[in-house]
Design a protein around this ligand. Sequence first.
Ligand SMILES: Cc1cc2nc3c(=O)[nH]c(=O)nc-3n(C[C@H](O)[C@H](O)[C@H](O)COP(=O)(O)OP(=O)(O)OC[C@H]3O[C@@H](n4cnc5c(N)ncnc54)[C@H](O)[C@@H]3O)c2cc1C
Length: 422
Amino acid sequence: MTPLKTEIDTLIIGAGQAGVAMSEHLTRLDIPHLVLEKNRIAESWRSRRWDSLVANGPAWHDRFPGMEFPGCSPDSFVAKEQVADYFVSYAAMNQSPIRTGVEVLSVERNQGQAGFTVTTSEGVINAQRVVAATGPFQRPVIPAIAPQLSRVQQLHSADYKNPQQLPEGGVLVIGAGSSGVQIADELQRAGKPVWLSVGPHDRPPRAYRGRDFCWWLGVLGLWDAAASQPGKEHVTIAVSGARGGHTVDFRRLAAQGVNLVGLTESFDDETVRFQNDLAVNIQRGDENYLALLDAADAYIARNGLDLPPEPAAREFLADPACVTHPQLSLNLTDAGITSIIWATGYVTDYSWLKVNAFNEQGKPQHQRGVSSEPGVYFLGLPWLSRRGSTFIWGVWHDAKFIADQIAIQRQYQQYRAPSDSL
Ligand SMILES: Cc1cc2nc3c(=O)[nH]c(=O)nc-3n(C[C@H](O)[C@H](O)[C@H](O)COP(=O)(O)OP(=O)(O)OC[C@H]3O[C@@H](n4cnc5c(N)ncnc54)[C@H](O)[C@@H]3O)c2cc1C
């Protein structure tokens, strides 16, 4: 293998979808660059997702503009390995200069000269600028309330693969965003007794009046929303592309046999307590769902579209007993629960990025990815520029913007005044 270059204009760290998109845009602008990836291209899609996962959006939507998913119906939901393969092919198509198996260990600003000293597992590189494309979901978070119980297997959704991986017995899935609901559904269908702890959530309809919700969010301008609504910053979105795609419906999950409980509050040895908020969480999810139907109806009327009415989309099953008479505590042994899956999200980890690009809370400080440390850029973070920023289609547009910003800075830096040569 050829040794790493020691000088590079722009170094991209991470070859997930963000790094692959960034490389494409820098190539278009003729900006010399290198992508370093500690594992494989699109590693997160391969090893940090469960086996049966498919993309949450249809193939026509969850892709980059430059290539369609080969051999897929545009309305299908692509399996996670195929998503990873797509990014490998995309990078090959663009001849992206990606080095896999190289970890960036630290980035430090040079003193008295431009650029950054980047220490990697294969040597030191001097880079004029760096793009941190290391992902929005880096370190799985298990809340501090997690009990210390040797009898119960506990894992994060990032480590869940399939039902066979779990011991015999029931499962408590904590968190009902897209991961938690899909995992709970899969485990229940595999014959396991399942409890699902449901917090505040949004749940758009999978499709309405003949259009997928990805389309509706697009035409209604909601993917482009610049910031989450106040108070909704931490509200998770429950959607699923599984089994051809369907609306996440908690009442239907309950009818299927999943035991719904409210937000998990605490553990006291074997006893877990839940907040008495299940009904209100489901009601707020319904309100979010109905608001999207209303906005879609208004859009259809305003634009005179001929899309088939769908009154049945407004009919809900009756509230199940677990909602009307919520279970507020549960003894794990009595319930036969032998595993807990924490579908409780992730945090970022920029401990390797030793520059002035973070606020007092340690959060990246940036405007549309251009950080407060000149020459350092972030890509792929939630709400980097808009709601779509962490998603496949959205990160491509953010990468384009950042590439433009890099080109602008390079132009200034390359400028030489006639007097310079005197
Ligand atoms: C369960 C799940 C399902 C999702 N489904 C969808 C979906 O259907 N559609 C959609 O649009 N989005 C989806 N997303 C959101 C998003 O598309 C993915 O999280 C995606 O992987 C983010 O891409 P990324 O390139 O920003 O980060 P990642 O894919 O995480 O890539 C970051 C890369 O950086 C590498 N890296 C990290 N640190 C270093 C280092 N120090 N040195 C070198 N390399 C490093 C990692 O190995 C990794 O390969 C999903 C997310 C999750 C968690």
